[in-house]
Design a binder for this molecule. Structure first.
Ligand code: FMN
Length: 316
């Protein structure tokens, strides 16, 4: 609509959760997500990639309207290799991860380990000149251990041809816990020359609205765990209407059953399937009665698992 400001909601990459099966099932059943991201792929020893990582990024494995593969930010050479592989697959978009807080990655100056080093970030982003046909974004944090590290990165970020910046408003040292520093996000946002997305702990429609009102300059938000908990969150935001308890129950049940069937098809053996579904329940429907969730997590047989899931949906 003319004059209406664009505001987008993107589904954050969450390793172990948002794989191709999950993304495809989600996009088939829920509206409101503008783009989905793969968990990061990375260059392994011998300049190789894990076949599973590449399979997850295959354009043919996707049925979501817009899939953006993510690469782990590391050395310029690694970025060159990663973007090259994605381009050969037919991708014309990629996101660069500068936020991963895992110690093994950070120690090597990758992921969030890049944040204290403006020179390294600049060298990395210079690689994008070789990929003019690709739209690249950066997903980052405020800093590794200080929230003003991102300010020192602004000249390099602003000079680079980025399509967007996704800012998870935490420090690397916080991992995924503790309060996001929304104030520091605002300071960064005022100086960021690219379309900017807020990320971190948005759980409800009101959280998203609040962020949009507080920071009218943002292009949108990126949501991870809030969508894993309530897969209808983006749809509820977009439509301005919460699902009724009955609708939520039946659609969430269908979503669960679709995932269960797709993972049963893909994974070898009940143990793997149970493990995958238990991971899904780590975030899904956290309002479920704790005793029932405990039964889900303690199930050692599929029959026990199914009984617990029936109880979870009966309770809704
Ligand atoms: C288990 C787990 C795995 C994650 N994997 C990735 C990843 O592969 N790439 C990435 O950029 N962020 C990853 N993240 C971070 C999320 O994308 C997101 O930035 C973070 O969870 C904060 O947003 P949220 O509160 O909306 O979940 C991961 C987070 C968690 C909890």
């Amino acid at each position: 609509m003319e004059g209406q400001r664009v505001f987008e909601l993107h589904f954050a990459p969450v390793q172990g959760y948002t794989d191709a099966i999950y993304r495809n099932a989600h996009a088939a059943m829920f509206r409101g997500v503008e783009a989905y991201y793969t968990p990061f792929i990375r260059v392994e020893r011998g300049n190789d990639f894990r076949p599973r990582d590449l399979r997850e990024c295959q354009p043919s494995s996707k049925t979501v309207p817009r899939l953006v593969p993510q690469v782990l930010g590391g050395t310029p050479e690694e970025l060159r290799l990663s973007l090259g592989v994605l381009r050969d697959m037919g991708h014309r978009q990629a996101d660069i991860n500068m936020g991963c807080p895992f110690p093994k990655i950070v120690r090597r100056g990758k992921g969030a380990g890049l944040l204290p080093s403006p020179e390294q970030v600049e060298a990395l982003l210079n690689v994008l000149e070789e990929f003019e046909d690709m739209r690249c974004s950066v997903k980052m944090r405020l800093g590794w251990e200080k929230a003003d590290e991102c300010l020192a990165l602004l000249p390099a970020l602003n000079a680079a041809p980025l399509s967007a910046v996704f800012m998870h408003a935490r420090l690397g040292t916080q991992e995924y816990k503790g309060e996001p520093d929304v104030e520091a996000f605002g300071v960064f946002g005022k100086e960021c020359a690219h379309p900017l997305f807020y990320n971190g702990d948005l759980r409800t429609v009101e959280d998203i609205q609040g962020m949009r009102e507080r920071f009218p300059f943002i292009r949108g938000v990126m949501v991870g765990r809030g969508l894993l908990a309530n897969p209808a969150l983006a749809e509820e935001y977009e439509s301005g209407r919460a699902l009724s308890p009955e609708e939520r129950n039946s659609r969430f049940r269908r979503f669960h059953d679709e995932l269960f069937a797709a993972y049963a098809d893909r994974l070898q053996g009940d143990a793997h399937l149970l493990m995958k579904m238990k991971t899904f329940w780590e975030e899904f429907m956290p309002w479920t009665d704790r005793k029932i969730l405990k039964r889900v997590h303690k199930a050692t047989k599929l029959t026990q698992y199914k009984e617990a899931v029936n109880a979870a949906f009966a309770e809704e």
